[in-house]
Ligand binder design. Sequence first.
Ligand SMILES: Nc1nc2c(c(=O)[nH]1)N[C@@H](CN(C=O)c1ccc(C(=O)N[C@@H](CCC(=O)O)C(=O)O)cc1)CN2
Length: 298
Amino acid sequence: MTAPHTAQILTGPPAAEALLKETAERAARLARTPHLSIVRLGEDPASVSYVAGKDAKAKATGLSSAVHALPAETTQADLLALIGQLNADPQVNGILVQLPLPRHIDEEEVLLALDPDKDVDGFHPVNVGRLWTGHPASVPCTPQGVMYLLRHYGVEVSGKRAVVVGRSNIVGRPMAGLLLGAHATVTVAHSRTRDLGAVTREAELLVVAVGQAHFITPDLVRPGAVVIDVGINRVERAGKKPRLLGDVHPDVAGVASALTPVPGGVGPLTIAQLLANTVAAAERQAVGQPAGRTSGRP
Ligand SMILES: Nc1nc2c(c(=O)[nH]1)N[C@@H](CN(C=O)c1ccc(C(=O)N[C@@H](CCC(=O)O)C(=O)O)cc1)CN2
């Protein structure tokens, strides 16, 4: 009798540690310690925890960082004024505004106000354009972290059929741009895709970021595919900590050749990549080179 097939589990922490080590070495080579300014509004527990993690990891990696924790009722004008100050401050190399923002804030206007060369989240349309035209850019941390994880585990991307499920600005769209830049043949599936299974079963590399627990079931996966689960769905439980579930059903391990877990897969790469983006921004600023002005075509 043969043992049932089970996928290789691509865990995030070893890849994140490797990226943090590289980032610390690069930071130490700079004449001035790179500085990251983190802006948070309100007390959303997940945002408080992610921001604390970013601040602590930045310091542990040899960067300097400061958290601007503003009340939830901060006005749009006050938030824009703070961003203006950080943009103008030559000591600040990277700025990020933790999302989601309170409902009264116009998120698009806030992201547009960031200096694109300090926008270490890569959300500014200038950085989106740089990514899609193959110029050096800050790229959103989670999809950039996925690329690092794939390289860390030796997963070949060039020439592969890749399907990204989800088209958010934070994950799906930049993920598609990065995979295309790495020479994959890329399809983006979304809520209006007809016959989703016919599309996802084509994928040798399947990246899922839809925000619905266990949305991808084994019947939607090509045997032997590499499956990257970007979902983090919090399922509340009475009297207990919420459970974190991915977008991919665990039974997919019986079909895929490799699979990222949730938690402990892509998530840890997000913060490591943010620090790598901050150091890269500081390196470009040190030589007076705006991100998009050199040829970085793949
Ligand atoms: N300005 C930004 N806002 C948000 C981003 C972002 O990249 N920039 N991404 C997410 C939240 N996020 C970082 O900000 C983030 C999400 C998840 C993790 C992570 O390590 N997840 C762990 C589980 C942690 C837990 O217990 O909650 C995992 O998946 O193993 C880190 C950072 C939205 N906002």
